[in-house]
Design a protein around this ligand. Structure first.
Ligand SMILES: C[S@@+](CC[C@H](N)C(=O)[O-])C[C@H]1O[C@@H](n2cnc3c(N)ncnc32)[C@H](O)[C@@H]1O
Length: 212
């Protein structure tokens, strides 16, 4: 009976195209965010990397694209903490900063952290996020939108609830959290050398929506 009711609810969601807070597909999440919160599109991507967000996804490439280490000729070199743009000149930003905390010494220096870049300590991660939040606040027009992708992590047997830290710091700076989407993974890389599991393995990341 409960299963039948769930099936009816799910097909109603599909038919009425209700936007859900969870999804396995990050392109669908970004398209949903654009539809709900910035129908004019995204104007700035300060951590562009290879621009995977815009590849065969139907998401329009932003007018301004930067990365500290550009890997695509269409992307400019720039530090997201200090961008060459005017105060109050941008209506929407998508920010996908490094989220791996790892050192070469720790031996956890894998392909994913090399591909998407990394920081070495949690304070370094927090400092990058905080300085960037302040810079985006300077750049955004009043009521401008910041989409912030982040992920929680475990370091030294400790859970770091980064998404909570990000929301608290953003609100202290002056943003208002107006929505939250969760991207689910069907699978994640396994650490075969782990002796004892202390925390739930994370199969998800977040897309915060903040309004200036
Ligand atoms: C997780 S990747 C972004 C992936 C990208 N969204 C994509 O879809 O291809 C993080 C990127 O942030 C860049 N980055 C790290 N620190 C930065 C900084 N201070 N300023 C600008 N970009 C930075 C890295 O070079 C890396 O390309």
């Amino acid at each position: 009976m409960r299963r039948e009711r769930e099936n009816v609810n799910n097909s109603l969601l599909e038919e009425t195209k209700i936007i859900r807070s969870i999804n396995y597909d990050q392109h669908e999440i970004i398209l949903d965010i654009i539809q709900l919160h910035c129908p004019w599109g995204i104007e700035l991507d300060p951590t562009y990397c290879k621009g995977n967000f815009y590849r065969h996804s139907g998401i329009r490439r932003p007018k301004y694209c930067y990365d500290i280490n550009p890997r695509d000729p269409s992307c400019l070199q720039g530090d997201c903490r200090q961008l060459p743009l005017e105060d109050g000149s941008i209506r929407s930003i998508i920010f996908d900063p490094p989220f791996f905390v790892t050192t070469e010494k720790s031996g956890k220096h894998g392909t994913m952290s090399t591909k998407y870049s990394y920081v070495e300590t949690i304070p370094e991660l927090h400092s990058l996020y905080e300085d960037s939040l302040k810079e985006f606040y300077r750049l955004l027009l009043p009521r401008g939108i910041l989409i912030f992708k982040c992920m929680d992590s475990v370091n030294g047997r400790r859970n770091n609830f980064t998404h909570v830290w990000v929301m608290n710091r953003a609100e202290q700076i002056g943003y208002r959290a107006i929505d939250l989407f969760i991207k689910l993974n069907k699978s994640v890389p396994i650490c075969w050398n782990m002796k004892k599991q202390n925390h739930a393995r994370k199969y998800h990341c977040y897309f915060w929506i903040f309004k200036k």
